[in-house]
Design a protein. Structure first.
Lengths: 166, 190
């Protein structure tokens, strides 16, 4: 059924756009242009984070971090290899994207590690970054119970993810 | 600021750890490989950003956002309580519907505006709930992850869609549930 997801979805979008006589081609090109801007913003950020990640791996620190986080990850039924992703997910989108890419390249997208890492990444947000952006315009910077509740939610999602691919 | 520290710690800790364990000469090649990797990963990501941003721009013109906004109304009333300012409610629901569709570029300005309006009317609880909803992510299709999976040669890139939806639903429910609990506990004090 999932095989049909994208064909059906795209047919639905394009079909209803045609019914409304929308200029689909022009809209697509305009949107793709903003996609290009996103790519250009992401590239230097990824360069910074992937350089740091490769360095962490080469120095042996990444392996050390994985061993240190082993107990927490075991509690969540997550493979130890996902430690860099789990550790950086709430702080930086580029860093966790870089960590996901490393895991997919090393273990394969359809392995247990690849599947778990994909769901970890897709189901969570960069909590601290998001909060920084949203609070940036406010005079009162108190975040009250927002951070503990968000972190607890993220851990619950990670735990569910661990159960799915146990 | 936060990113400065994370990056700084990642690099300095690795350099020191590497020197102590005798891996000093591996540092420069690793850093340069990483930067080179960024180019190839960005190319992979570009395929997804170009295609999905293009399609999303069409979706954005279909009033799908409006439909989702209407569907969200009862849930928002439960989570945020009754809002004095109708504009704040509008900004919150626009922010959430854009997030659900994965329209990150549209979601952020609405979210900042919503936070400003909720702050202006002194409704801290609604503000915290908005933050929790955004920080626990509610996206229907994880397009960036799907792009990387396709690029990594996955035979079943879509296999993660349902588990991702389930995991994100659980994280949002737990986050919001705890938020409502905190709100009840602090009633009258805040």
């Amino acid at each position: 059924m999932l095989d049909l997801l994208w064909p059906v979805l795209l047919l639905a979008v394009l079909g209803s756009a045609m019914l409304r006589r929308l200029p689909v081609y022009q809209l697509f090109v305009e949107g793709a242009k903003s996609g290009l801007e996103v790519t250009l913003t992401v590239l230097p950020n990824l360069a910074a984070m992937l350089a740091a990640l490769h360095l962490m791996e080469a120095s042996g620190l990444a392996g050390q971090l994985c061993r240190m986080m082993e107990p927490l990850l075991r509690l969540l039924h997550l493979p130890g290899e996902t430690a860099p992703l789990v550790a950086m997910r709430p702080f930086s989108g580029s860093a966790s994207l870089a960590a996901l890419e490393r895991l997919l390249a090393q273990y394969g997208a359809d392995s247990r590690i690849g599947l778990t890492a994909s769901v970890l990444m897709g189901s969570s947000e960069t909590i601290f970054y998001t909060l920084c952006v949203y609070m940036s315009g406010l005079a009162d910077k108190r975040t009250g119970y927002a951070i503990p509740c968000s972190l607890a939610g993220m851990l619950a999602g990670f735990w569910a993810c661990g159960l799915f691919f146990r | 600021m936060l990113l400065d520290w994370i990056w700084y710690i990642m690099i300095t800790a690795s350099l020191i750890y590497g020197m102590l364990t005798g891996q000093g000469k591996a540092a420069l090649p690793a850093l340069l490989t990483g930067a080179a990797d960024a180019v190839s990963v960005s190319l992979k990501l570009a395929s997804g950003y170009l295609f999905f941003c293009g399609m999303m721009n069409i979706v954005n013109n279909l009033k799908t956002v409006k439909t989702i906004e209407n569907a969200l109304k009862p849930a928002l009333h439960l989570l945020l309580g009754s809002l004095k300012d109708a504009n704040a409610g509008k900004a919150v629901s626009m922010n959430l519907s854009a997030n659900i569709l994965g329209l990150g570029n549209a979601a952020t300005p609405c979210g900042i505006e919503a936070a400003r309006l909720l702050d202006a009317q002194g409704d801290r609880h609604a503000l915290y709930m908005l933050l929790i909803l955004n920080a626990t992510s509610i996206q229907l299709l994880p397009t960036t992850v799907l792009t990387l999976r396709v690029a990594a040669g996955s035979l079943q890139p879509n296999a993660i869609i349902l588990p991702t939806l389930a995991a994100t639903a659980i994280s949002t429910c737990v986050g919001c549930g705890l938020g409502l609990l905190c709100r009840r506990l602090s009633k009258g004090r805040c």
